[in-house]
Structures are given as C-alpha cells and as structure tokens.
Write a protein that binds this ligand. Structure first.
Ligand code: MG
Length: 171
C-alpha cells in the first residue's frame, strides 16, 4: 500500500516540476493548491511568473483545476483574471474536492496529479483519493527560513558589537 504521507514526487517549487516527464508518466490533468504553492498566503493575485506557468501548462495540453481550503473571497479574487476552474473551502484532505475537480476536468485516477505544499492536506488527500502527488516547498516557508537566517546573522552581529563594547569598557 502507498504511504499516505509520502508524495510521489518532490520539487523545490512549481517551476522545478518537470512537466514533460509528468506527461510521459501519463498525467494530463492537474489539481493545484493555491496558498504557498502558487503564491504566498498574503498575496491576493498571481504573479506574472505563475501566469506564464499556467500558459505553459495550457499550451502543453494540461487540464487544470485549483483546489483550495481557503475562502470563496480569496479563491475568486485569485482566479479573477485567470480562466481556470477552482474549488474553494475544499476541506482537503477529504476526498470529495479531489473527485469534484476530476469531474470538472473529465479526468480519472490514472491521469491526474495533485500539486501542493502541505503533507496533511494536499499529499494526504491526493494519496487517499488514489492520485499521483507532488509536494513543493511552501513559498511562505522559504521566506520564513530566510527571515530566520537573516535574523541569526543580525543576532551574531549584535552580539559581536556588544562584546566589542564590553571589551572597550574593560580595557
Ligand atoms: Mg497550501
């Protein structure tokens, strides 16, 4: 049996997913998460890079459906200028929204993949449904680690400054 929390494939970001390889594996339809997969959770609109990525997917013939646990407001605003089906308040990891998305795309278990940043919603839900799952590093996570990294450096510098201060006081 497939491990429910383990994705079939792992990528640093959506842009690092080998789309032709997916196609060669028989994947024709994609269920894609929004928050922290396509865009940071606090960004309302898709950046140009994501719009271009959607264009590439469509050109390659992929069918697409966005599936988000977020509110109708968020999902409608995000898809306003994009001609892609979307399901809001999906309640992933339950199976229903994945099946609903497959119905919309006219796809089935053998040719549909899920792309998302969360193991407990996207990967678990996709695996439970019987789909191919792709996990990407959360966009917010990247910022978070970067912020943490920068803060660590700042802390070192501040510590160094304080030591210097002490020394000069002692001397
Ligand atoms: Mg997400």
């Amino acid at each position: 049996m497939k491990e429910l929390f383990v994705p079939d494939f792992y990528a640093d970001s959506i842009f690092d997913i080998d789309l032709s390889k997916l196609q060669k594996q028989g994947i024709q339809s994609l269920i894609i998460d929004i928050d922290n997969t396509l865009v940071a959770w606090d960004k309302k609109e898709a950046p140009v890079s994501v719009l271009e990525w959607f264009g590439k997917l469509k050109e390659m013939g992929f069918k697409l459906c966005l599936v988000s646990n977020n509110t109708e407001d968020r999902v409608v605003k995000f898809t306003e200028d994009i001609d892609i089906d979307a399901i809001h308040k999906a309640k992933k990891p339950i199976k229903a929204p994945f099946r609903k998305a497959m119905n919309k795309m006219g796809s089935d278990l053998d040719n549909t993949a899920v792309i998302g940043d969360q193991i407990f919603t996207d990967v678990l839900g996709g695996n439970r449904t019987g789909l191919y799952t792709v996990l990407v590093v959360p966009i917010e996570g990247k910022e978070y680690w970067w912020t943490k990294f920068v803060r660590n450096i700042e802390r070192h510098i501040v510590r160094g400054l304080k030591k210097g201060e002490n020394k000069s006081r002692i001397n």
